[in-house]
Design a protein around this ligand. Sequence first.
Ligand SMILES: C[S@@+](CC[C@H](N)C(=O)[O-])C[C@H]1O[C@@H](n2cnc3c(N)ncnc32)[C@H](O)[C@@H]1O
Length: 313
Amino acid sequence: MMVHIPVLLNEVINFLRCEPDNIYVDANLGDGGHAEHILKKSLPTGILIGIDRDEDSIKFASDRLSSYRERVHIFHDNFKNIKDVVSGRAGFSKVDGILFDLGVSTRQLMTAERGFSFSQDAPLDMRMDRSRGVTAKEIVNNFDEEKLRGIIHKYGEEKWAKKIARAIVRERGKMPVDTTSRLSDIVVSAIPPAHRSQRIHPATKTFQAIRIAVNGEIEILEDAIRDAIDVLNIEGRICIISYHSLEDRIVKNLFREIEHGCICPHDIPKCICGRKGVIKILTKKPVTPSEEEVRRNPRARSAKLRAAEKIAN
Ligand SMILES: C[S@@+](CC[C@H](N)C(=O)[O-])C[C@H]1O[C@@H](n2cnc3c(N)ncnc32)[C@H](O)[C@@H]1O
């Protein structure tokens, strides 16, 4: 099984600064790749709080980081509960750096029975946290055509969303769609042959869209980032790596809003809300991987990193 290669690793480490005595949160622990480097760079006393909603990732990362002993605190949780994890479960009031490395890991994608991948036949699941929530199978077989189209269009940015949703509804009428291969075949056959990408598998966008819907990935992001900034110390830094434009847009707009502070209407000559900016954006444009990194790790291809520093409470 291939270990996940951490994306934009040096860039993350540089933004977070990683000093001893500081406390860091890795809100998407995954295989613990970024976390291990944060721990190494903050020797001998830096502390790492790791969060992941996937129990398999928690097990793998706990093993990998076990030699760091009391410097590591790992929690099986959703990062939407970051405040509660940091101050309740881990018992720290504030932290000095936070990383979000959104999405799924190579391990999750490559483990056939998780049902994330169209390239291996398996039951349609796609839940990161298998202890709760609806599966991809439930969504694909129960949502009405318009809802499916909306998901595939919005979360997959798939221009053939309408045809794909129609094909899913037609095919599930004959027999429930309960495997990755069947869904993949339906998606491929719904896209006109001349428009099927040679570069990426034609089912890529639809699978991404359904995974995002299954895991409610977009709905929780904004509140989680606000809460993360709340638990940062002044001069603490937040780094967010996203892998598709919808997520990146949320991060970009939210960072701008929090940097600006004031929420008065634009036509008011003087601020009356009194709100001040709480962060300073460190990346005017998102940082993207070098060609060299993409060659080494094609999964990094779509990554965008945005970073900010907290300047006020
Ligand atoms: C891209 S991987 C992180 C890889 C990690 N940075 C590394 O170097 O190994 C994303 C991880 O975030 C987890 N994840 C996604 N959404 C989450 C959420 N809302 N709460 C907690 N973990 C989440 C996934 O289960 C997955 O393990």
